[in-house]
Write a protein that binds this ligand. Structure first.
Ligand code: FES
Length: 98
């Protein structure tokens, strides 16, 4: 099975997480394996707003609508709970997250 790795560059003490390719992060990242905060996990609250660098599927219109409210001018901004990765990714909490 192919995998990808999630890195947390803002938290050097947090080890990377390796997941099956195509996984939705919201189904695997928790407080015990990730420094990211999640709220609704359904793409509505923006608690999980991150700077995503790496290989991720494009956002859909529902995610885009929320991201543009909080980080309109940042093309790297994504909702971690909505991310599906196609390769390794680096996630940093976004400074505009609520
Ligand atoms: S946890 Fe609410 S939008 Fe991601």
């Amino acid at each position: 099975m192919s995998t990808f790795t999630v890195h947390f560059p803002a938290e050097p003490d947090c080890p990377p997480v390796t997941l099956p390719l195509g996984s939705r992060l919201s189904e695997h990242l928790t407080a015990s394996n990730s420094p990211l905060l999640f709220g609704c996990r359904t793409g509505l609250c923006a608690t999980c707003l991150v700077i995503a660098e790496g290989e991720v599927e494009p956002m859909n219109e529902d995610e885009r609508e929320i991201v543009e409210i909080w980080a309109e001018d940042d093309p790297r901004a994504r909702l971690a709970c909505q991310l599906v990765c196609t390769g390794d990714v680096r996630l940093t909490p976004h400074p505009e997250a609520p």
